[in-house]
Design a protein around this ligand. Sequence first.
Ligand SMILES: NC(=O)C1=CN([C@@H]2O[C@H](COP(=O)(O)OP(=O)(O)OC[C@H]3O[C@@H](n4cnc5c(N)ncnc54)[C@H](OP(=O)(O)O)[C@@H]3O)[C@@H](O)[C@H]2O)C=CC1
Ligand SMILES: C[C@H]1O[C@H](OP(=O)(O)OP(=O)(O)OC[C@H]2O[C@@H](n3cnc4c(=O)[nH]c(N)nc43)[C@H](O)[C@@H]2O)[C@@H](O)[C@@H](O)C1=O
Length: 329
Amino acid sequence: MTRSSTDGDTDFTPTELDRSATFYVAGHRGLVGSAIVRKLEAEGFTNIVGQTSSELDLKDRDAVFAYVKKVRPTYLALAAAKVGGIMANSTYPVDFLSDNIRIQVNVLDAAREHGVKRLIFLGSSCIYPKFAKQPIDEDSLLTGHLESTNDAYAIAKIAGIMHVQAVRRQYGLPWISAMPTNLYGPNDNFSPHGSHVLPALIRRYDEATRNGSDSVTNWGTGSPRREFLHVDDLASAVLHLLEHYDGPQQVNVGTGSDVTIKEIADIIANVVGYTGKTRWDSSKPDGTPQKLLDVHKLGESGWAARISLEEGLRSTVDWYRAHADELRQ
Ligand SMILES: NC(=O)C1=CN([C@@H]2O[C@H](COP(=O)(O)OP(=O)(O)OC[C@H]3O[C@@H](n4cnc5c(N)ncnc54)[C@H](OP(=O)(O)O)[C@@H]3O)[C@@H](O)[C@H]2O)C=CC1
Ligand SMILES: C[C@H]1O[C@H](OP(=O)(O)OP(=O)(O)OC[C@H]2O[C@@H](n3cnc4c(=O)[nH]c(N)nc43)[C@H](O)[C@@H]2O)[C@@H](O)[C@@H](O)C1=O
């Protein structure tokens, strides 16, 4: 950010979290939040709390303060946000800016007022400049122009990083931020227009296979490169960071390798069993040409991704097929 990456250092030493303390997962039904809940349950946490958006609208400041006061969480993972793929982001920039700023400010202010001990804020790799040097390291933040298809969302996420750093400086609370690369897995959004590329292609190729179609059309040119991380790996990294990392600078979370959209399309077609043609609609946006995170900082803290793309895709396709009827409604 505008200050050095060590400004906001605390004297806190990360340690194992208390498995019986209250852990609030904001966004516990989403792709990321549900994976964090699975991980915490598997690790023996006994007091995980969360609310759906219809039970608690995080844009409602008074309601957020009342909820945090009532449950008094010791730990908090902020995985609630307005999220979507390239088309949703570029069509509804006001919603992505306004909803996300409001959700973040309300949750972070309430957590600060009630002294949440450890908090992790989740941003996204789109915070980095469109033409950042690859792989993108954490120091690239605010060194160039953003990608126009998601600049409004990115600015909201950058404000979240700054909010966490400001709390560290002004209140000395050891809160942290993680920046995941493109994620996938169970409970993803599979809607044809709003989703990210990976669930969109799983659905498209699966439907083409079921319908016996011999051609599908994907968006853009297929040449952009993306890095894909299974969400169960992300959840493992979130707990790892809470137990092993403290510092003001955001930490990248990824696998360290990327593929072109054409390559991922071929892999998905193969996993799904689709044998027809694939066409590309270059009137649709490509977005940023490459987004590959430098994950040295996370690696130095002792964590690496474990789930291979092939393995993660197979289990996600299985999950999608088991839930396809309800997802299509
Ligand atoms: N998906 C991805 O590829 C990536 C995601 N991330 C980050 O991870 C985080 C989670 O994303 P992801 O899990 O994919 O998103 P999802 O859309 O799957 O889940 C978002 C969650 O936020 C909740 N939510 C949204 N708006 C509100 C609101 N107004 N009040 C209360 N809850 C709300 C939803 O609750 P409900 O279900 O009850 O409506 C939902 O559980 C985000 O911060 C995102 O930026 C970062 C990099 C990549
Ligand atoms: C996580 C990240 O996600 C978004 O950025 P993105 O990486 O560009 O997102 P995406 O997954 O939607 O697309 C990746 C690539 O894939 C191509 N593509 C082909 N066919 C389909 C298709 O059918 N759907 C979609 N969505 N993309 C397609 C598409 O044209 C593009 O070249 C932002 O929301 C951003 O804010 C953010 O944080």
